[in-house]
Design a protein around this ligand. Structure first.
Ligand code: COS
Length: 388
């Protein structure tokens, strides 16, 4: 049984605690590890079930559009991701991508865009995707080259996007492209592109060590209506960063879910595995490892829920979100590696919990800002504060 005492921390309100209890019961009954046979079908089904059960309402903002509240509740999103990730990496993915993919619309979309997309996202009837990265613009977002040009009242896209989660199964993509108002970060805009629009091609499906729907997209003279633009021209970079400020913290929460599951597996192994006439847990080397794992998990949880709480209080959270993501994803990798070591050879067997977690965690240190980017973000913020 995973440690749940953190839910007594003062970062949470009682509604968060209630949400966690209800989700825990739902996930226990409804979510299991995916066998990887058909991730597209499994992901679609998870989105449908998460929507039908009401959990996706937390991924969007605005009660009028099916959201659980009028603003994004970061602590709720983090609890959802932590609990879902502890039960199934794909369930967490399905939830998270609905939020990330529609986040720009929740944060900066027009009333008409919100009314058109968010209710379907919240009900699990439309699958969302966030298309930011390019082959030569992952960490350096301001270098992106996918081009958006005016076309009468509308826009036309040309270029490539890659590592796009839900690529191939999404009903719409929020695409960031260079619209040219200014060089660099100030010349990027965000657009909504419906799947099936002529000129949008799913050019390649990409298989990962922990499979989920992922693709490279190509845009060739892809014409968009005027109302595809989110916010104003040139605001796309900031919209992307504001979206990432919410979802980076939730990546930290997902990493926590993986780490807690690995810790439970480690405890089970350590307390039952006979060794040299005793149990594995009787050895001080094992005890030191368990102590290290538990402390890493609590440190990551404190940083994660601090960032979520701070954002919910409408405070700037860029530095705190980066600290949470960096510490929680790197920490979870260490915890999972230690758990696998305790399982020994058995931990390497395909399908074992720790083997699965070992594959699942790796991407989290890279996507939505690699650990190195988080360190840059933290240091810049510290230095700017010192100079002010
Ligand atoms: N919220 C709002 N505005 C922000 C912001 C945030 N979190 N972060 C930066 N901005 C603003 C800046 O204030 C600046 O505004 P002005 O032009 O008005 O001064 C503008 O955006 C540009 O910011 P900056 O100069 O910091 O841009 P950089 O190109 O130097 O950004 C980093 C560098 C590394 C921070 C950025 O490219 C980044 O986060 N990269 C990782 C992206 C990522 O997560 N990729 C994965 C894709 S999703 S799977």
């Amino acid at each position: 049984m995973a440690d749940e005492t953190y839910r007594d921390w003062p970062f949470f309100d009682d509604r968060h605690r209630q949400l966690a209890i209800e989700l825990e019961a739902w996930a226990e009954a409804q979510v299991a590890d995916d066998d990887g046979a058909d991730v597209d079908a499994a992901c679609r089904e998870l989105v449908r079930r998460l929507g039908a059960a009401g959990w996706l309402a937390h991924a969007v903002a605005g009660r009028a559009h099916g959201g659980a509240g009028d603003v994004i509740d970061t602590r709720a999103i983090c609890l959802l991701r932590e609990i879902l990730a502890r039960h199934s990496g794909l369930a967490d993915f399905a939830f998270a991508m609905q939020g990330l993919g529609s986040g720009a619309i929740s944060l900066a979309g027009s009333a008409a865009q919100q009314a058109r997309y968010l209710p379907r996202v919240a009900r699990g009837e439309a699958i969302a995707a966030f298309a930011l990265s390019e082959p030569e613009a992952g960490s350096d977002v301001a270098a992106l080259a996918c081009k958006a040009e005016r076309d009468g009242a509308g826009h036309v896209l040309n270029g490539c996007k890659t590592w796009i989660s839900n690529g191939g199964i999404a009903d719409f993509y929020v695409v960031f492209a260079r619209s040219g108002e200014a060089p660099g970060a100030r010349g990027i805009s965000a657009y909504i592109v419906d799947a099936g629009r002529p000129g949008l091609e799913i050019a390649e499906r990409i298989d990962l060590i922990a499979p989920h729907p992922l693709a490279r997209l190509e845009f060739t003279n892809c014409r968009l209506p005027a109302d595809a633009l989110i916010g104003r021209g040139g605001e796309g970079f900031k919209i992307a960063m504001r979206t990432l400020d919410v979802f980076r913290t939730s990546v930290a929460a997902a990493a926590l879910g993986y780490a807690r599951r690995a810790f439970d597996a480690a405890l089970e192994r350590a307390t039952t595995r006979p060794m040299f006439g005793r149990k594995l847990a009787d050895f001080q080397l094992t005890q030191a490892r368990l102590a290290q794992m538990a402390t890493t998990i609590d440190s990551a949880a404190l940083l994660t829920y601090r960032a979520a709480w701070q954002r919910d209080r409408r405070r700037g959270v860029t530095r705190e979100a980066a600290m949470a993501k960096w510490a929680a994803t790197e920490g979870a990798q260490q915890v999972i590696d230690a758990a696998l070591q305790l399982w020994g050879g058995l931990g390497l067997v395909s399908g074992q919990t720790v083997e699965r977690l070992y594959r699942e965690i790796r991407a989290l240190r890279i996507y939505e800002g690699a650990s190195e980017v988080q360190q840059i973000v933290i240091a810049r913020d510290l230095l700017a504060a010192a100079a002010a």
